[in-house]
Design a protein around this ligand. Structure first.
Ligand SMILES: CC(C)(COP(=O)(O)OP(=O)(O)OC[C@H]1O[C@@H](n2cnc3c(N)ncnc32)[C@H](O)[C@@H]1OP(=O)(O)O)[C@@H](O)C(=O)NCCC(=O)NCCS
Length: 453
């Protein structure tokens, strides 16, 4: 047990190293809903961000301020109207809106200062008034015209954390109240950010809350872990008419990925360490929308061998898999495939060819060395690798695939393999069969179809 825990810890540290070097110098934008600022662990959240900045990751903060603006306006007895879901910032209200927005930004600045991070609240947005729409004059409510990338990049280069209150100015210095969501999206697009986070306080994409299509990858708590652009579109379509805020964030996340952000995440900020887990682990705790390829099964490369051996080592020690050295694997590069999630290898498998000796004898393939990272066992990687290998065998014209196994009989059976006799194996394999090991033989007739899903 200790040994397993130790391995898991080491795996986690490796994953952190991997992501750390990958995100070094890259930009992460966080839109933080204002209620999160009241959470007891919020100071720790900010400390984590200060630490991320210190390690070389560029951080940009866009705090929402809606609730605080409401409270300040109420305090001063000022009422504002809404049109099409947007607050109309009147001339009377804008000084108070500005005060509330900067107050929220200041709270972040104060915490960052306490954690020795340099932060700056700047005028990096050129804004424009919304004008009069459908007969409604929006007065001081505006939209982002452009992000002033050059001065923003300068402060990022100096190691500072820019904070964006929901206020922007036009070229003449007139202030406008802007949507923080829009600011976050515009900043992420302008800087082609690696990641954009919408940190909110909701339970996220669970079956119990939304209509979800089949086949989505979920975390162990049932939360949808990730969505391709097409899957995100499907979720939005299935839940059309539902006004839950999470769907608004999903729509924004989708828009961000379409505009060049690599990954956009909707994360429950009430969970302690949520951002660190979402950044440094393939599993995460929120829901991620990804624009570029995230997971794939591909041929093994020589550079994958250390990771493949790391997966196989404990299983070889237990006698579940045959012993293979680094040189063996180098010689078998063409047979092996790896399951990669976001650049990290989490499973492997091999298909060894046994060509038929005569034109009448069908070729056979041996599936072997299927190994998955136990931390990721709920992602069906083993089944997907097996399906990939049997497909590969069929495309190569093999008649059947077989596996020799001592401990995975039920698994192969469950997936449609049936027990077979030694004599049915290719002659060469019969000769090397270890009678001491007494492996059981399971085979799948490829003419009869693929493995059961
Ligand atoms: C067997 C193995 C590849 C399965 O991969 P996985 O990604 O963890 O899981 P899958 O999604 O493909 O399959 C999960 C199912 O298989 C079952 N399963 C896992 N290992 C099993 C085993 N040794 N025997 C029987 N069933 C097993 C699980 O209980 C689960 O059942 P469920 O779907 O009813 O909950 C993985 O457990 C592993 O690496 N095992 C050690 C190496 C090995 O035995 N390789 C096969 C010989 S080449």
């Amino acid at each position: 047990m200790d040994e397993i825990k130790h391995r898991e810890q080491v795996d986690l540290i490796r994953e952190v190293f991997y992501y750390q070097s990958r995100f070094d110098g890259k930009t992460i934008v966080l839109k933080i809903d204002e209620p999160i600022l009241q959470e007891p662990h919020f100071p720790q959240f900010m400390k984590d961000l200060a630490m991320l900045r210190a390690t070389g990751i560029e951080i940009i903060l866009v705090p929402g301020a809606k609730q605080w603006i409401d409270a300040v306006l109420k305090e001063y007895d000022i009422t504002t109207v809404y049109h099409e879901g947007l607050r109309v910032a009147s001339a009377e209200a804008i000084p108070f809106i500005r005060m509330a927005a900067f107050d929220v930004a200041n709270r972040l600045m104060t915490l960052l200062t306490a954690f020795q991070a340099n932060a700056v609240i700047g005028n990096f947005i050129r804004a424009r008034g919304l004008g009069v729409l459908d007969g409604q004059d929006f007065e001081h409510t505006g939209k982002v015209e452009k992000i002033l990338v050059e001065p923003l990049q300068k402060v990022l280069d100096q190691g500072m954390i820019p904070i964006f209150p929901c206020i922007g100015w036009n070229a003449a210095g007139k202030p406008y109240n802007l949507s923080s969501d829009e600011i976050a999206l515009a900043v992420a697009e302008a800087l082609q950010a690696e990641k954009l986070f919408f940190v909110n306080s909701s339970d996220g994409f669970m079956d119990s809350r939304f209509r979800l299509p089949d086949g989505l990858v979920k975390n162990s708590d049932g939360r949808v872990a990730r969505l391709s652009l097409e899957e995100a579109e499907q979720v939005l379509k299935l839940n059309a008419g539902n006004t839950d805020d999470d769907l608004k964030y999903l729509e924004l996340a989708l828009a961000a990925c379409r505009k060049g952000t690599e990954r956009a995440h909707v994360v429950d900020g009430r969970l302690e360490g949520a951002i660190l887990r979402e950044i440094f682990s393939n599993l995460g705790v929120g829901t991620m929308v990804y624009g570029s390829e995230f997971e794939s099964i591909r041929p093994m490369r020589a550079t994958d061998i250390p990771e493949v051996l790391r997966l196989m080592q404990p299983l070889m020690e237990e006698g579940i898999l045959l012993q293979r050295s680094q040189d063996d694997l180098l010689g078998l590069l063409a047979d092996f495939v790896v399951y990669e999630i976001d650049g990290v290898v989490h499973a492997c498998g091999a298909l060894h060819a046994f060509p038929g000796k005569t034109d009448n004898e069908a070729s056979q393939g041996e599936v072997a060395a299927i190994a998955t990272n136990p931390t990721y066992s709920h992602l069906s990687m083993g089944r997907k690798i097996l399906s990939f290998l049997t497909d590969k065998a069929r495309r190569a014209g093999y008649g059947r695939v077989f596996a020799l196994t001592t401990r995975t009989l039920d698994w192969f059976e469950q997936l449609g393999f049936t027990e077979a006799v030694l004599e049915s194996l290719p002659e060469k394999k019969q000769k090397t069969y270890s009678h001491a090991r007494k492996s059981r033989i399971f085979a799948l007739d490829l003419k009869a179809g693929n493995i059961k899903s």
